[in-house]
Design a protein around this ligand. Sequence first.
Ligand code: SAH
Ligand code: SF4
Length: 369
Amino acid sequence: MDAVNLLGFDLPGLAAYCEQLGEKKFRATQLFRWIHQKGASDFEQMSDLAKSLREKLAGRALIRGLDVISEHVSADGTIKWLFDVGAGNAVEAVFIPEDDRGTLCISSQAGCAVGCRFCSTGHQGFSRNLTTAEIVAQLWFAEHNLRQRQNTDERVISNVVMMGMGEPLQNYDQLVPALRTMLDDHGYGLSRRRVTVSTSGVVPMIDRLREDCPVALAVSLHAPTDPLRDQLVPLNKKYPIAELLDACNRYLEKAPRDFITFEYCMLQEVNDAPEQARELVKLLKHRVNCKVNLIPFNPFPASGLVRSTNARVQAFAVVLVQAGIVTTVRKTRGDDIDAACGQLAGEVQDRTRAHIRMVRAPVTVAKST
Ligand code: SAH
Ligand code: SF4
């Protein structure tokens, strides 16, 4: 039988596993702390763990991270890792250091089935869901690697955002134990406000997350109207904007923050006109307590799309701000190493020919004038 990877258990899961081995539950807490707080991967290291348990674990279980294919360090300190997840697939994680925090952006799937027009992960099609162990392994590796580099025992990563490759809410069952490990005081001890799930809008799963593990929520909106959003985020045909906004309001009842972040990728002459900013105001104002994060599009050749000019981004932002909507423009970080989320186009094998479908169906914009 294959050895069990303990990175795949949240604390209750590990406790149940220890019980199966005939061990007391509190042993699981010790073990969990060794794994996540100390970064141990070898049972022999775990000096305060009963020898009998260490012997039981050896052979049955292991603590296995992902193999690193490459690491790129940007001039601004951003670090991007590419991890091997087997069968020609790779996923990325990006560490973004800032003065008051360290944010890790991690992946939830190899590829993505949603197929957003402006997203290079979407253009690759879907390969497979990551397991809980593979999701957690990105944080486990990054946290302990960074501590070593910085020669510290203190926590380096203070925030985690599920904004790498994949749609986290289409991998719900593997996602939730990973989130719980991030939040657990015996694990990474991150507050709910500092763990963000970003979604293209899987409405039923937003409702489940609210009940199971309400963390900060970011919703990828990208368009003020259904016809345009249908083209940019195909999932909109299934869960249109009105339903999505209702789900956001239900989420707010349990959310750790009193707002939802709406992400809006700025695409020149597609969704970035002042008129569209006014439509966005109409849509959001008095309807959902929110902030808007404008993301300058990160171009990639197959997209056929262009990043909005700074002037257009600013003009768009001004309309929102004047209407009283808190708006930020995302700084582009790690530009020199392509560290933007979803930028590892060539690395996952396209098993679905998604890019051909997308190139054949260009975005058409109904001009409002
Ligand atoms: N699937 C989830 C999370 C991963 S994508 C989601 O869609 O929300 C994380 C964010 O990066 C999303 O807001 C997404 O719209 C944005 N994004 C994807 N491709 C991009 C690109 N080429 N340029 C800028 N932002 C992009
Ligand atoms: Fe998937 Fe998010 Fe990319 Fe859309 S933007 S294709 S949902 S990863």
